[in-house]
Design a protein around this ligand. Sequence first.
Ligand code: HEM
Length: 151
Amino acid sequence: MSETSPSEQPPRSPYEILGDQGIKDLVAAFYDVMDTNPEAAEIRAMHAEDLSPVRSKLTAYLVGWMGGPPVYQAIAGTVCLTDPHAPFHIGPRQRDQWLMCMDEALERIGASEELKTMLKLPMQHVAETVQNQETSDPAPRDPNIIAASRS
Ligand code: HEM
C-alpha cells in the first residue's frame, strides 16, 4: 500500500510551470537586467543596441528548451547555439555574467524555489556549452611573437 504525497505528483516541466507568458516575462526581465546592471556591462556591449530581436529568439529557444513546442528549431532549423555565439569571446566571466542576469530575472518574476532549483544546473550546463573560451580576457596579440613564429 502506498501513500500519496505531493512529491509523488507527476513532475511538471518548467514550461508547464511558466507557460508562454511566463517565459516571455522571464526573458524581458533577463534583458532588462543585462541592460541596466553594470556587472553585466561587458556582455551587454556584445549585443545589438536594439534587444528586441534577441529577446524574441531567446524566448523561442527557452520555450522548447523548457519542454514546450520547438519554436526556435522551427525558425532556426537547429537548437545548436555554437554558431550564433562564435563571433563573441565567451569565457568564464562572460558566462557568469549571463547566469547572474538569469538568476536576477528569476527573482524579478517571483519564480518559486522549486522552479529555481529545477533550472539551476541545466542553465549552468547550457551556459557552459555556449562558453567558447577558457579564459575571460582575449589573449594579447604580440606582433613580434607572431612574426618570430613565421620565420
Ligand atoms: C554564456 C554566456 C552568453 C553570452 C555572453 C551570450 C551572448 C549572446 C550574444 C552577444 C548574442 C547575439 C545577440 C545580438 O545579435 O544582438 C546571443 C544570441 C543568442 N543567445 Fe546567447 N549568450 C550566452 C549564453 C546563452 C545561453 C545559455 C542561451 C540559451 C539558454 C543563449 C541563447 C541565445 C540565443 C537563442 C541567441 C539568438 C541566436 C540566433 O541568432 O538565432 N545564449 N547571445
